[in-house]
Design a protein around this ligand. Structure first.
Ligand SMILES: [Zn+2]
Ligand SMILES: [Zn+2]
Length: 123
């Protein structure tokens, strides 16, 4: 009894399965790598780390007022977005913000971070 060749679901080429695989070794390896990468990415999302949660809680406890509109702050916003090189865990780069201002700034806040330097510097 010889194992019959099977057509790989990925590349449609014939291969000899060792057990019940439906992909050739090359495609199976690619699938495994993709699953691994997805698992790594889900565990490393911005805003979900323990350090960030602690920093956010400290900032909201110290000054729970939105720097943009003065409403009660429920979130912490990065003055310089992390995506643009801002330090995610630097307290000097984090300001308390209400949810609506945080969303609005994320969608394109018109002002620059320099406008808030007086707010950040004052104790
Ligand atoms: Zn294949
Ligand atoms: Zn606000």
């Amino acid at each position: 009894m010889t194992a019959l060749p099977r057509i790989c679901l990925g590349c449609k080429r014939a291969f000899r399965p060792r057990s019940g695989e439906r992909h050739c070794p090359a495609c199976q390896g690619a699938l495994n790598r993709r699953q691994l990468r997805r698992r790594q990415a889900s565990g490393k999302r911005t805003g979900s780390t323990r350090a960030w949660r602690m920093l956010r809680a400290e900032i909201l406890a110290a000054d729970p007022i939105c720097v943009y509109c003065g409403a009660p702050a429920t979130t912490v916003d990065h003055v310089k977005p992390v995506s643009k090189g801002g330090a995610e865990l630097d307290p000097a780069n984090c300001v308390p913000a209400c949810a609506s201002c945080n969303v609005r700034k994320g969608a394109g806040w018109p002002r620059s971070g320099n406008d808030y330097s007086n707010l950040l510097g004052g104790g």
